[in-house]
Ligand binder design. Structure first.
Ligand code: GUN
Ligand code: ZN
Length: 438
């Protein structure tokens, strides 16, 4: 039953602009209408075509000066790191030891986990991210806390307990067997409960023994629709250490592949230093990458080569992640901004179409959920954001001279942030309203 209708300019990606003509990838209605019920979009099109379908007395909300688009999908983020965002002066391995591990160790405290989970979900929604793939800690209670917070808003959220049985502080390490048991119990409890999806989460090869990676592979085999998230090839010292720890493996990607962790249900953060041979394995197996530019700049990890990853001859599916707290912003707009700059330093200029694709449908594809989120279509979730292109004086000045939608969207992704998220809807419910909150 239609319970809500949203009217206004509607912008959505429907296909991958790295592989298709841009005009075939975007659907834009300058005066559009969405009919929403049971958490889903029932009908979408122009107001002129659909107005006759509006039930009498329907709750119709009109946003004539905004742009309605799918909620952003953050393909990689760590909720227990939210308090250490913006921590000074270290590259990856030192940053993990100095800031990250102590922060994560505090999540054995369930009350703390619930408090930070609540903050984190509200912050995602304030920034227009309606779905995310979330790393927790090795404490199973940290997973309960984030799924409970997500479920209260009916969000599609992916998360899993961090598997790490070596080279980390004693108060964080599990064992191969305990991580398997914890993961299995959490899958039974949370996978497909509401919109929650479980994702097996070995931190990375450096903190997992061969036995633990073996059991991560077993979890994937035993649960045919559970996903996997991890990290790969973010930092050169990390890549060298992975080779030392797994000397029999051809390269970093081969470590994960050897244990059955490279397939179309897997998404790996970063992948900055992957070789051509490794990218080819990603392509051939359907494995995905979460590109996290604010983190890569901040931790000094390197410049991801988007053109190489998305080379149509052997393309790898890429989504966009904030990687908070290595990343420096919850805003996917700011993440698009930094992705653009990183690509510039690699000699290509990402288009607005490519950028919004990465932040919505691309991330959804990389996470295996593009059949329900990341795009605005009939049958898809009513996970929708209302973007205000004149949210600040500077944005208004800029918007006033924009001569095309592309120009406006591009300036927005470079200059806008959470202030431009006027409203956020999850499954057809208003879950954030900027001006009400203020
Ligand atoms: N590699 C392994 N763990 C982490 C983490 O928590 N953050 C980042 N950025 N990289 C990692
Ligand atoms: Zn990460």
């Amino acid at each position: 039953m239609t319970e809500l209708a949203l009217r206004g300019p509607i912008y959505t990606l429907v296909a991958d602009p790295f592989l298709n003509a841009p005009a075939d990838c975007v659907v834009y209605e300058s005066d559009g209408l969405m009919l929403i019920g049971d958490g889903l979009i029932h009908d979408i099109g122009s107001y002129a075509d659909l107005r006759d379908k509006l039930p009498a007395g329907i709750d119709l909300r009109h946003y004539p000066d905004a742009i309605l688009m799918p909620g952003f999908v953050d393909a990689h983020i760590h909720y227990p790191q939210v308090e250490i965002i913006g921590s000074y002066g270290a590259q990856l391995l030192e940053w993990l030891n100095k800031y990250t591990f102590p922060a994560e160790a505090r999540f054995v405290d369930g009350a703390r986990a619930r408090r930070i989970a609540e903050f984190f979900i509200a912050e995602l929604l304030r920034n227009g991210s309606t779905s995310a793939s979330v790393f927790c800690t090795s404490a199973p209670g940290s997973v309960d806390a984030i799924f409970e917070a997500a479920q209260r808003r009916n969000m599609l959220l992916l998360a899993g307990v961090m598997m790490m049985d070596r080279h980390a502080p004693a108060n964080l390490v599990d064992t191969a067997q305990s991580s398997y048991d914890d993961s299995k119990a959490l899958i039974d409890c949370w996978h497909k409960r509401g919109r929650c999806l479980y994702t097996v989460t070995p931190r990375f090869a450096l903190t997992s023994s061969p036995a633990q990676l073996e059991l991560a592979g077993a979890l994937l085999r035993e649960h045919s629709d559970v996903r996997l998230q991890s990290h790969i090839s973010e930092n050169r010292a990390e890549v060298a250490r992975a080779a030392e720890l797994y000397p029999a493996r051809k390269h970093y990607t081969d470590i994960y592949e050897h244990y059955g962790l490279l397939n179309n249900r897997a998404i790996y953060g970063h992948g900055i230093h992957l070789s051509e041979d490794e990218l080819r394995r990603f392509h051939e197996t359907g494995a995905n990458i979460a590109h996290c530019p604010t983190s890569n700049f901040f931790i000094g990890s390197g410049l991801f080569d988007m053109a190489k990853a998305r080379d149509a001859a052997r393309t790898v599916t890429v989504g966009l992640g904030t990687d908070v707290g290595g990343g420096t912003s919850f805003s996917m707009l700011q993440t698009m901004n930094e992705a653009y700059k990183m690509a510039q330093l690699r000699g290509i200029s990402l288009t607005a179409t490519q950028s919004y694709y990465l932040a919505t449908l691309g991330s959804a594809e990389a996470l295996g959920v593009a059949d329900r989120v990341g795009s605005l279509r009939a049958g898809y979730a009513a996970d929708i954001i209302v973007l205000d292109p004149k949210a600040t004086p500077l944005l208004e000045l800029r918007a006033n001279v924009a001569e095309s939608l592309d120009e406006l969207l591009f300036a927005l992704m470079i200059c806008a942030d959470d202030r431009a998220i006027q409203a956020t809807y999850v499954a057809g419910e208003l879950v954030h309203e900027r001006d009400a909150a203020a």
